[in-house]
Design a protein around this ligand. Structure first.
Ligand code: NAP
Length: 291
């Protein structure tokens, strides 16, 4: 079993970004600036935003946090987004999801200036991604691709099963891995909660990318010997022995697959750190496109 160390690989990516920021400073070019819009402070959203801001500091980016009360109206939030859209100092921004249920998420994401849409969720960028046109790739799928490439895993003609079809992970990674690109050319199957033959699909796959959100769902008996598993799942499970009172568990039962798996991403320390690194990479790109 080989561990794909997302922490190490993400640090490599962040170091590369830091070097490029250093070059920009030397050449009197603009320092990239990432902003985050956070509505309310429930769940892990604040933690995610804090990690993004911390990563900005690490690479020498500017960062801003626009924090709003969960009672903010949809119109007021759109107004605030429009202000960020025209703020020349901000190169890219994200709207931290999920938003409160009374706010229409799709409507909000449609208001983000596509040139600053470093999450790649605007329909224009999403459409470009689906068409294979250069754009901001959504950060988690981009991070998965980076992990696979930097681990020298060739997906060409491999049977790849993506479990989950969400707009932020499952759908885009399934599109990207099937494309005729250097990182793609896999034969991709997408499974979801209505798939009734999941075990057979898993056993028939060279690569499994699991983005479900059910702790330890994938067991050793479900996988083929030597297969690669990318575990995207993040579930918080109560753990009285930890200071935080919880621990993070992936979709894969690590112990039970460890005898059979070829490559695997751990949770935590796999896909998670890559997502932030790729967000910063997109921000650098957004800034550089304005040079
Ligand atoms: P999501 O929107 O809830 O989608 C979950 C997907 O899993 C859905 O397509 C659902 O099918 C499918 N599913 C649920 N139960 C299933 C089952 N028993 N068998 C097969 N498929 C099943 O979640 P998401 O936003 O994609 O996130 C998935 C997981 O990844 C979560 O744990 C999330 O926290 C994590 N995540 C991690 C990162 C990271 O940076 N590491 C980033 C984003 C998300 P239906 O479509 O039929 O409902």
């Amino acid at each position: 079993m080989k561990i794909i160390d997302g922490k190490k690989i993400s640090n490599e990516v962040l170091d590369e970004i830091k070097v490029l920021v250093g070059h920009r400073v030397k050449n009197n070019l603009k320092i990239p600036h990432l902003a985050a819009v956070l509505v309310g402070d429930e769940g892990p959203s604040q933690t995610y935003v804090n990690s993004k801001i911390k990563a900005c500091k690490r690479v020498g980016f500017q960062s801003s946090l626009f924090k709003f009360d969960k009672s903010i109206s949809e119109n007021k939030l759109i107004n605030e987004i429009q202000k960020i859209n025209i703020n020349d100092n901000i190169d890219g921004f994200i709207v931290q999801l999920p938003l409160p249920v009374k706010i229409n998420q799709e409507k909000i994401l449609n208001k983000v200036n596509p040139d600053k849409d470093v999450d790649g969720f605007h329909p224009l960028n999403y459409g470009k991604m689906a068409l294979g046109i250069e754009t901001f790739l959504p950060a988690t799928p981009a991070g998965i691709i980076e992990l696979i490439q930097r681990s020298n895993i060739d997906l060409k003609s491999k049977k790849c099963l993506v479990i989950g079809r969400s707009q932020i992970v499952g759908r885009p990674i399934s599109i990207l891995l099937s494309q005729n690109k250097i990182f793609g050319n896999a034969t991709v199957t997408v499974a979801h909660s209505k798939s009734d033959n999941l075990k057979e699909l898993c056993l028939d796959s060279d690569v499994i990318i699991s983005a479900i959100g059910i702790p330890e769902f994938i067991k050793g008996e479900m996988i083929k010997t030597g297969s690669t598993i990318i575990d995207v799942g993040i579930s918080r499970v109560n753990d009285n022995s930890s200071v935080k009172g919880y621990k993070i568990i992936g979709d894969v039962d690590f112990k039970s697959v460890s005898d059979k798996v070829g490559y695997i991403t751990p949770v935590p320390g796999g896909v998670g750190p890559m997502t932030i690194a790729m967000l910063l990479k997109n921000t650098l790109k957004a800034c550089s496109l304005k040079d």
